[in-house]
Design a protein around this ligand. Structure first.
Ligand code: IPE
Ligand code: IPE
Ligand code: MG
Length: 229
């Protein structure tokens, strides 16, 4: 059996709202429970030697949700940053963000700057939070940078250097919970040859056993990259 190398796992964490609705709870409770399961899942991935874990937490299209829900999600982000800051530094995990976060309140940006500080520590793994992230927005940003610099010809390597993920390998595996089988504007460029794993489990129900299941499934895949073997 062919064994596949796996460096980067990205997760589209979907299904929080439905998890709450099924229990007659407000959507916020689903998001809260969704946050609670993150440490177990990330830890399991890192224990399985995954070096990069990306979590899709808020998309550019999620901006069209009601103000109250967006505010709840921002509060959860702040809560998470306060809680995990020490934890991830202790565990030698580097935290970074992709997406357009400049719109966030100043105090939150300051907090993000503090926890994503790039010091001389040698990290074991990197946790990437995709916040206000959209694949199309990311690509358009690159094009605008090129226009500004008057560059009229580039190649793929150059283009990749201008993406949010310039320092991050492309995801080998993208997991989407919640039953939908779509990419929802996530890593459009980077997912060109990612393996996809869809599960009907709602994100708040996802656990380390599900991580193992997804990784096992990935190992069976034959990654051709367009070639014949
Ligand atoms: C994913 O859960 C979290 C975000 C998109 C912020 P949803 O909130 O989309 O949950 P469902 O899809 O409505 O169940
Ligand atoms: C994708 O979930 C975005 C995140 C998980 C952050 P959505 O719930 O926003 O996606 P759609 O609307 O079902 O495509
Ligand atoms: Mg959803």
């Amino acid at each position: 059996m062919k064994t596949n190398d796996i460096n980067h796992v990205a997760i589209i964490m979907d299904g929080n709202g439905r998890w709450a609705e099924q229990r007659n709870l407000p959507r916020f409770s689903g998001h809260k429970k969704g946050l609670d399961v993150i440490p177990e899942v990330v830890e399991e991935l890192i224990n399985n030697k995954i070096k990069y874990v990306t979590l899709f937490a808020f998309s550019t299209e999620n901006n069209f949700r009601p103000e109250e829900e967006k505010e709840n999600l921002l509060n959860l982000l702040e809560f998470a940053l306060n809680k995990v800051a020490k934890e991830i530094q202790k565990n030698k995990i580097k935290l970074s963000f992709i997406g357009d976060i400049e719109y966030l309140p100043k105090h939150l940006l300051k907090k993000i700057k503090n926890v994503t500080r790039n010091d001389e520590v040698k990290y074991d793994a990197e946790l990437i939070i995709a916040w206000n992230y959209g694949g199309r927005q990311e690509i358009i940003n690159v094009v605008n940078k090129l226009i500004k610099q008057n560059i009229n010809h580039i190649d793929e390597t150059h283009f990749e250097k201008l993406l949010y993920t310039s320092e991050i390998p492309n995801p080998d595996l993208i997991i989407r919970t919640g039953g939908q089988q779509r990419i929802s504007n996530f890593m459009l460029w980077q997912s060109a040859y990612s393996e996809m794993y869809f599960t009907t489990k709602l994100w708040p129900d996802f656990n380390k056993k599900d991580v193992i299941k997804a990784l096992k499934d990935f190992k069976k895949r034959n990654r051709n990259y367009g070639k014949t073997n």
